[in-house]
Design a binder for this molecule. Structure first.
Ligand SMILES: NC(=O)c1ccc[n+]([C@@H]2O[C@H](COP(=O)([O-])OP(=O)(O)OC[C@H]3O[C@@H](n4cnc5c(N)ncnc54)[C@H](O)[C@@H]3O)[C@@H](O)[C@H]2O)c1
Length: 360
């Protein structure tokens, strides 16, 4: 089939049964900008919401026609109509809530990071597996159009042997809207670059070594790192870089990805980050070394990171429930992303290369 006719991008697949009753814990920015618009677009059945701020829950319920506002987590978990729990609260509070959900025997979608420590994340996975429950993590960048398209190119052999991967984001991301992040001990790697690390793993697998250098800017209000460079080195010879700079005050910002293999090269822009949280469509282009080395094939996509990619983790969890399969962003798999994350922190602290397999 000629390349021009290849359909390389597909919107997140919605499984045949998708009317599970969803109960959401947390009604903050990400739920209102991303989860709820995505679920409405997908036709999911959100039946209730709880937030420790009743005003936040109430106004989300009004905006998105959610029938029930609970007055506590127990009330949500006591509701037999809730079949899947969607947690979206700041990470320090997530483990306790996750264990409460597991105790009621429900599958759930957790936010990233699954926990702020590897031990806490492992404990959630172990408890869920002991209870036979499906748990996914909202690493929805796997459905982000440029990443999903790149994965399709790789699966069709169009990249060849992967050699260089670059995700390079230089933006001005004001964290003031998240006071808990401004004072957090961890910032860019744990709350932002974790997406790029997970996407890199999704495309190329687990790196063998990680090196990270990072720091702050003199005038930033945030307590923790806002600029990081991370190198993933693979025994295969692949080098993958994630660069994230959140303090580019110039107005000339960029969010690009480049994937180079023995057979082809993919270049893209991550549209969301040019106008967060509204975004613009990604650009994605591909050149084949053998087929037409003088021609860029453009892949046109209309879907956006927000809201479309946010359909992916919930749809995949639903699919796993009805087929007894494994969600694309299963919490067990997410432990490997947390291994690269905590390897990156250890590397940044020690100025040494760290093997993620040593994080346990
Ligand atoms: N997957 C993604 O792309 C993505 C993007 C942004 C944020 N997040 C994650 O989502 C989570 C929430 O982020 P946000 O941007 O919505 O933050 P936010 O500060 O806008 O909202 C957090 C909400 O959680 C509520 N809350 C806090 N503790 C609670 C508790 N114990 N029980 C019930 N409600 C509680 C707060 O009242 C608030 O309404 C964070 O873990 C963040 O890392 C993920």
């Amino acid at each position: 089939m000629p390349l021009d006719e290849l359909s390389l991008y597909e919107s997140p697949a919605i499984p045949p049964k998708h009317d599970y009753g969803i109960g959401i814990i947390g009604a903050g920015a990400i739920v209102r900008f991303a989860h709820l618009p995505a679920y409405r677009k997908a036709g999911f059945n959100v039946i209730g919401i709880y937030d420790k701020s009743p005003e936040a829950a109430e106004s989300a319920a009004v905006e998105f026609d959610i029938p029930t506002v609970y007055n506590g987590i127990d009330a949500l978990l006591d509701d037999p109509r809730v079949e899947i729990v969607d947690i979206a609260v700041p990470a320090p509070f997530q483990p306790e809530i996750a264990h409460a959900v597991i105790a009621t025997g429900r599958p759930m979608l957790c936010q990233k990071p699954l926990a702020e420590s590897f031990d806490e994340a492992k404990a959630i996975v172990t408890a869920a597996e002991a209870a036979g429950l499906k748990i996914a993590v909202n690493q929805q960048m796997r459905w982000e159009p440029a990443i999903a398209t790149t994965r399709a190119f790789i699966e069709r052999g169009l990249l060849g042997e992967p050699l260089v991967s670059t995700i390079d984001v230089s933006i001005m991301l004001g964290w003031e809207a998240w006071p808990w992040l401004v004072v957090s001990e961890h910032l860019d790697l744990m709350y932002h670059s974790i997406h790029y690390q997970d996407a890199t793993r999704f495309l190329f697998g687990m790196p063998d070594r990680v090196f990270t250098s990072g720091g702050k800017f003199p005038d930033q209000p945030e307590r923790a790192e806002t600029r990081t460079h991370t190198i993933f080195e693979y025994d295969s010879g692949l080098t993958a870089m994630v660069r994230s700079n959140n303090w580019n005050w110039t107005g000339d910002q960029h969010a690009i990805c480049r994937f180079e293999g023995s057979e082809g090269r993919i270049e893209g822009t991550l549209g969301l980050l040019y106008n967060y949280p509204h975004g613009r469509p990604d650009t994605i282009r591909y050149m084949s070394k053998k087929l037409r080395p003088d021609h860029w094939f453009d892949v046109v996509v209309e879907d956006l990171w927000i809201p479309d990619a946010f359909i992916g983790p919930m749809a995949s969890l639903m699919e796993a429930i009805q087929t007894d399969g494994v969600p694309v962003t299963a919490a067990r798999d997410n432990l490997d992303t947390l291994r690269t994350l905590f390897a990156a922190y250890r590397s940044m602290e020690t100025h040494r290369v760290v093997a993620p397999i040593d994080i346990d």
